[in-house]
Design a protein around this ligand. Sequence first.
Ligand SMILES: NC(=O)c1ccc[n+]([C@@H]2O[C@H](COP(=O)([O-])OP(=O)(O)OC[C@H]3O[C@@H](n4cnc5c(N)ncnc54)[C@H](O)[C@@H]3O)[C@@H](O)[C@H]2O)c1
Length: 336
Amino acid sequence: MSEPRPIRVALIGCGSYGAQHAKFFARNADVTFQAVADLASERAAAFAAKYGAGYATTDVARVLADPAIDAVWISTQHHTHAPLAEQAAAAGKHFFLEKPLALTLADCDRIVTAVERSGVIAASGFKLRFFPAVVAAKAFIAAPQLTTAHVIDDHWPSEFWANDPVQGGGNVLSQGCHMMDTILHLHAASPVRVYAAGGNRNHPARDIVDTAAITLTFADGAVANLSVGDVGVPPHASKFALQTSDGARSLSLYNRLNSLMTRTDGKVTEHPTWPEDGAAVIDRAFIQAVATGGPSPVTVQSARRTSAVVLAAIESIKTGQAVDLTTGVYAAAMAV
Ligand SMILES: NC(=O)c1ccc[n+]([C@@H]2O[C@H](COP(=O)([O-])OP(=O)(O)OC[C@H]3O[C@@H](n4cnc5c(N)ncnc54)[C@H](O)[C@@H]3O)[C@@H](O)[C@H]2O)c1
């Protein structure tokens, strides 16, 4: 029997998180790292040299036209996600697209349409779903009733591109999406209602929302709270944390979701901490999907739902009203 051939990949976006993916490609024998592309030629060249990519270019079209590439990783600023995803799909390339899917529902719809039309395998970068402690938590509690969670980072400089309203969208859209996605992934039913309070506390020169306390209601009556901000937490709380209960069992995900404590009938189990493996957990899942012809490990439809709920929370902050997710522009995005 012949060995399966390595998946031939290219990276678009040679920045700080692109380096995580490049590191994975450089270390894995089932991947051939064919090319890197970046608007900055020196950055692309440095990545190719450091991580052993076949060639470097500033021309994304060259990568997308290359018949020796099966799949591309897009790790660029958020306003470029929709156009690059559309180009990749039109070229017939499977693509992995970093989170959030996009900053507007219209851009999310563009990406979903491009994937559905082309039939390529596409995944969004919600790596937390694949952290071993999160996988074990989902197996332990199938239908949470009450969840409390936070993603609270240290202060982001106002001039950071992710705080730019067009390029990044601000902390709540850019980073809150990670924990919103984890909550939606763990809960059994669809979210039906969002209410949120918050606003812009620390970046007055930017038209963004940087702080949010979000309350979700699900179709099965379950509820969740999510706090997001760049105001810092003590180390024991860690940037990412989540607790949930189904009424009989409860659990705590902590230490950036690498550690898990479970409790049932008064018996507490502290599971051994898993080492954090960065982007490798999701890169591995996507490579496997491409090698076997799918399905996607994180569908663009599910990533659109995550962005839609965060956008609804921001709408709620601005209007002071709860948002009904079962009607209007949000309803279609709830189908995953
Ligand atoms: N999954 C995670 O935990 C995680 C963590 C950090 C960042 N991210 C995501 O990764 C993505 C990139 O973030 P980053 O921090 O690496 O940004 P970055 O600014 O460090 O890098 C982005 C790179 O993309 C390049 N680029 C931009 N537009 C381009 C285009 N049209 N064609 C080619 N290259 C282009 C830029 O020149 C830059 O080198 C974002 O979606 C971000 O939210 C994910």
